[in-house]
Write a protein that binds this ligand. Structure first.
Ligand code: GDP
Ligand code: MG
Length: 381
């Protein structure tokens, strides 16, 4: 790694003169005549230059002196809402279960029956999540990437997007390896399970056998004296899906799921991509506040001034209250799936946050580089 003074300036996004000035302080003892082309071999000097010029915006005269931490400019979630501001919100549901037990079929069937706005003949988009509305007006939000991947991706980023796991168990196959794995994952995440016993249209199914097997793995359904709801369905024949959705709304009531629809928006990015038609697009699941056109949001290394919100039916929506997934347009930089979404007061504030986050990432990268250099040195000694 032959870093020139210019390279350091580029990495730090600093003027090269600024870095040369920092070098004067960092390397007081030698009489090297630094220019922007000088290659710096001494990692200690690189470290000091980084320390002096990297994260501070003005030079400090003495590099040995402890430098004050830069003020934290990051966006942070608002404190918990006052109880009187909380309103019930729909549950956010993730479908899990053994391969071929019917997760995809179930999600497709639910999406077909969903169409919140029947008249709007829009084309259903896969935006990573969709809502199902009952005739009573109650809604359930489904994350539509089935299986472990979505669940773990969200979890690994510390995003607690899922309220309930629908465990799909094929009636003709019963509890299998990935069924047990799904149970374990839901347990670890402390997310309650609702069982959908699928493929009920098949002849000769034995529900009792399945309920007993589930109980052996700690999922004790109501029919065998527990408190887990088990709903027999046929995803293929679209049978009993309403009952499943109703059971989910009941589960939501039991859990007393609430959020503050006012104040700054908080949420999580479900997926993000460059859409060939719409450009930079990311699906945001709103968890707090109400997302509207004109909101300025930051998420990871991305940010947007919301230009348009679209539902999973490809329909423009004016606002997205808690538990609503919407495809957001207006991103200047795309975020990544799992990133936390936070509304900020202005575009100016967004760029300040992004800059701060960029510097933090640089800092982390430099820490890693530094550790690598030190490890290399140690190996040579
Ligand atoms: P996944 O791997 O869990 O996503 O399962 P799929 O949704 O891909 O379904 C696997 C197979 O089971 C497909 O051939 C489906 O048509 C079939 N299947 C799904 N649901 C049902 C159902 O309710 N009844 C019947 N008979 N077959 C189903
Ligand atoms: Mg599938």
């Amino acid at each position: 790694r032959n870093m020139t003074v210019q390279d350091i300036a580029n990495v730090l996004k600093k003027d090269v003169d600024h870095v040369l000035k920092a070098l004067e302080f960092a390397d007081k003892t030698s009489d090297t005549n630094y220019t922007k082309k000088t290659i710096i071999y001494n990692p200690q000097i690189i470290r000091d230059v980084v320390k002096i010029s990297g994260f501070r915006f003005k030079l400090v005269p003495n590099p040995d002196q402890e430098i004050e931490e830069e003020e934290n400019k990051d966006a942070v979630p608002a404190p918990p809402a006052a109880p009187e501001a909380l309103r019930p919100r729909p549950p956010v549901v993730c479908v899990m279960g053994h391969v071929d037990h019917g997760k995809t079929t179930l999600l497709d069937a639910l999406r077909d029956t969903s169409v919140v706005d029947q008249e709007f003949g829009g084309i259903t988009q896969h935006i990573g999540a969709f809502e199902v509305q009952l005739s009573s007006g109650e809604k359930v939000t489904f994350l539509d990437t089935p299986g472990h991947a979505a669940f773990t991706a969200m979890r690994s980023r510390g995003a607690h997007a899922t309220d309930v796991v629908v465990l799909v168990v094929a009636a003709d196959d019963g509890v299998m390896e990935q069924t047990v794995e799904s149970i374990r994952m839901a347990r670890e995440a402390n997310v309650p399970i609702l069982v959908a016993i699928n493929k009920m249209d098949k002849p000769g199914v034995n529900i009792e056998r399945i309920l007993r097997a589930l109980a052996q793995h700690g999922v004790v359904c109501e029919a065998v004296g527990g408190d887990v709801q088990a709903i027999p369905v046929s995803a293929l024949k679209k049978q009993n899906l309403d009952t499943l959705v109703e059971a989910l709304t009941l589960q939501a009531q039991l859990m007393d799921l609430k959020a503050d629809p006012g104040g700054f928006v908080e949420g999580v990015v479900i997926e993000a991509q460059l859409d060939p038609r719409t450009g930079k697009q990311a699906t945001v699941l709103v968890q707090r506040g109400t997302l509207r056109k004109g909101c300025v949001i930051v998420a990871g290394s991305g940010w947007a001034k919301v230009r348009m919100l679209n539902s999973a039916e490809g329909r423009p929506v004016l606002e997205a209250p808690p538990s609503t997934p919407v495809a957001v347009l207006g991103w200047r930089e795309l975020p990544a799936a799992g990133d936390t979404v936070l509304e900020v007061a202005s575009e100016k504030r967004a760029s300040e946050v992004l800059k701060w986050r960029h510097n933090q990432r640089m800092k982390e990268k430099q820490e890693l580089d530094r550790a690598a250099i030190e490890a290399k040195e140690a190996a040579h000694r």
